[in-house]
Design a protein around this ligand. Structure first.
Ligand code: M6R
Length: 608
């Protein structure tokens, strides 16, 4: 949560405009307050306030700040409500040291008390402000004889919790100081300019050369150099070149990133499924060798993991399979041993709940295969086999294209496993693989083209409802869960998913005339029973919406239908979820909400 950007350059350009643009690209990480600081002729200037970047910038004109070094922050409040005082950057008592921080300083109350006793004046309720006062104290201790870097290291050593920190000091007006623990921080490298940011899109327009800062690393950036150390030892950074384009982080004429990303699914699926077969064989080998397998993830990625779990269940009937929401991992940690394979799914590769669980299972000797969208991010780095979805940057807070890409990658892995254990022969494998790779993007495109208008129309029918149910059975249940999460998180209609048969054990009590019930109803073994469940809902005069493949029995029991082309069980969890994404999007827009910035949510959750 929170977005950070810092820039230092030797060129005669003001960085404030670049910082403001970068903050706009990071706004999905938090948007309740915003601020920027630059150093100009040795003087620090800060502008900050509560509100979105556009509103605050209009009022304060960030771009007018001069200087070739600066830092910026967009906030998702943890300590202290959104206000000018609590907005970052924060400065020390002298106004010479400025910091922006993402994460939580767990021991801040204890540190603050000690600093208050020493006479420091605090101007915010945030945990982050202790960082600058500690730094001031460190420099005071030695009468400023020690270097700023030394004082920075001493400061960081006193912090407990999670942090991505960027700090500048007016007496060293070229240098940005960085530290990272459990909150993401990436460095962008160009000859005359260096960047640090919470995420790559913030500087993608200027460079594709990236260094991901690791936990425990301390770094300094000057216009010409990157210096990194860990535990006192210098680290030689190896930049990676990302394949994302600057265009992929723009709205490109769409009103929202979410809609753009929904439309990008065919290409995201095509790119993701175009994966090196060797890495699939290696991952499959891990699956075959494992005594048990645990799918581990949060939110939408968990729903992708659930689909993977169901695909594996169909193939590996005798192997113990589990699915764990990462934040609940501790309850189930006794399941993990050296014989366990963890399949960790995370778009960002930085979700703290997943990172903590993965770090722990590594200590227990488990193997890790991960799926992530951000190359070289923390979770893939902790894995023996990192698999990447090639969906391009996802800016909308609500995950769409990365979800279907995760489902596609897990389907690809399931197919490999099915072949490698001998359930299907080489010819069947080749046929199914060809269909998965060639048909999936095409089917996704058809679903979008044929259902977008329908989703918009249905949004106008359900937009005044307070609740909605999503019902499905078996492999289709994660589709219902994802549909409910999408609707809930961006349109704020209370939506829940249930296994369809479970609805009569309680949830049906709430159903009344016009209550929307969305049934996931492909022509599979669940079809007959789903028809019965649709009938039960109709009997209570619910508004029944079906997502189906020309199943007339279900269509005649429905008030509204999304038609999906016929496909295999590997592709269905992708094609069936797309109308639900579009329904959530258009419902949010009709209700007057910005789907890219749902309230209280942030794209990457770096707190527990
Ligand atoms: O980056 P991750 O995939 O690990 O993120 C997991 C969840 O935080 C994320 O999917 C969240 O549920 C989104 N709001 C879904 O739209």
């Amino acid at each position: 949560m929170c977005g950070i950007i810092a820039i230092t350059t030797s060129s005669k350009i003001n960085v404030s405009k670049m910082i403001t643009d970068g903050l706009k690209k990071l706004e999905y990480r938090g948007y309740d307050s915003v601020g920027i600081a630059t150093i100009n002729n040795g003087k620090i200037q800060v502008l900050k306030d509560a509100g979105s970047i556009d509103t605050v910038n209009k009022r304060m004109s960030f771009e007018d700040l001069e200087g070739t070094i600066g830092i910026g922050h967009t906030r998702w409040a943890t300590h202290g409500p959104p206000s000018k005082e609590n907005a970052h950057p924060h400065s020390d008592c002298t106004g010479n040291i400025i910091v922006v921080h993402n994460g939580i300083i767990e021991n801040y109350l204890h540190l603050k008390e000690a600093l208050l006793n020493k006479g420091h004046q605090f101007s915010s309720e945030t945990d982050s402000e202790v960082i600058v006062h500690l730094m001031e104290e460190e420099l005071l201790k030695t009468g400023r004889k020690q270097s700023i870097l030394e004082a920075f290291k001493q400061t960081i050593a006193q912090l407990e919790g999670t942090y991505a920190i960027t700090l500048i000091h007016s007496t060293d007006p070229d240098t940005i100081f960085l530290a990272r623990k459990d909150s993401p921080l990436v460095i962008g490298v160009r000859e005359d300019i260096k960047f640090a940011a919470s995420d790559i899109p913030a500087f993608l327009e200027y460079t594709k050369k990236v260094i991901v800062l690791r936990n425990g690393e301390i770094a300094t950036l000057t216009p010409k150099a990157v210096y990194i150390e860990k535990n006192g030892f210098r680290i030689q950074p190896k930049p990676v070149v990302v394949s994302w384009t600057a265009e992929s982080a723009q709205k490109s004429g769409y009103p929202h990133f979410m809609l753009k990303e929904i439309h990008e699914q065919p290409i995201a699926l095509k790119n993701t499924l175009n994966i090196n077969p060797d890495i699939m064989e290696k991952a499959s080998n891990k699956v075959l060798k494992a005594g048990k397998i645990i799918f581990l993830a949060c939110g939408t990625s968990y729903h992708a993991g659930l689909t993977g779990y169901h695909q594996f269940l169909r193939i590996l009937q005798k192997k113990p399979l589990y699915k764990i929401i990462a934040s609940e991992y501790e309850t189930y940690s006794s399941l993990v041993d050296e014989d366990t394979l963890i399949i960790a799914v995370s778009q960002s590769g930085e979700t703290l709940d997943v990172m903590k669980a993965v770090t722990h299972v590594r200590k227990l000797g488990a193997s890790i295969v991960s799926l992530a969208n951000v190359v070289d991010s923390s979770i893939p780095r902790l894995s023996q086999i990192p698999l990447y979805t090639k969906a391009g940057p996802e800016i909308g807070v609500a995950a769409t294209k990365t979800h279907t890409a995760q489902v596609a990658l897990l389907a690809r892995l399931a197919l490999q496993v099915e072949h490698d254990i001998g359930q299907i022969n080489r010819t069947e494998f080749k046929e199914q693989l060809h269909s998965l790779i060639m048909d999936t993007p095409q089917i996704a495109r058809t679903v979008i083209n044929q259902n977008e208008f329908k989703a918009k129309r249905l949004a106008s029918i359900i937009d005044n409802q307070q609740h909605a149910y999503f019902l499905a059975r078996g492999l289709n249940y994660p589709i219902a869960q994802e549909g409910a999460l999408k609707l809930k998180e961006i349109s704020y209609i209370h939506a829940e998913a249930f296994p369809a048969g479970e609805s009569k054990h309680g949830p049906i009590a709430l159903v009344e005339p016009q209550f929307p019930v969305i049934m996931i109803a492909p022509n599979d073994r669940t079809a007959k029973k789903i028809q019965g469940n649709a009938e039960e809902m109709r009997a209570r005069r619910a508004y029944v919406v079906s997502v189906t493949e020309k199943n007339h029995e279900i269509i005649k029991r429905s008030d509204y239908t999304f038609l999906i082309p016929k496909s295999s069980p590997l592709i269905r969890p992708i094609s069936y979820v797309i109308p639900l994404q579009m329904l959530a999007y258009y419902t949010a827009v009709r209700r007057g909400f910005d789907p890219d910035k749902p309230k209280n949510l942030a794209k990457t959750v770096t707190v527990e």
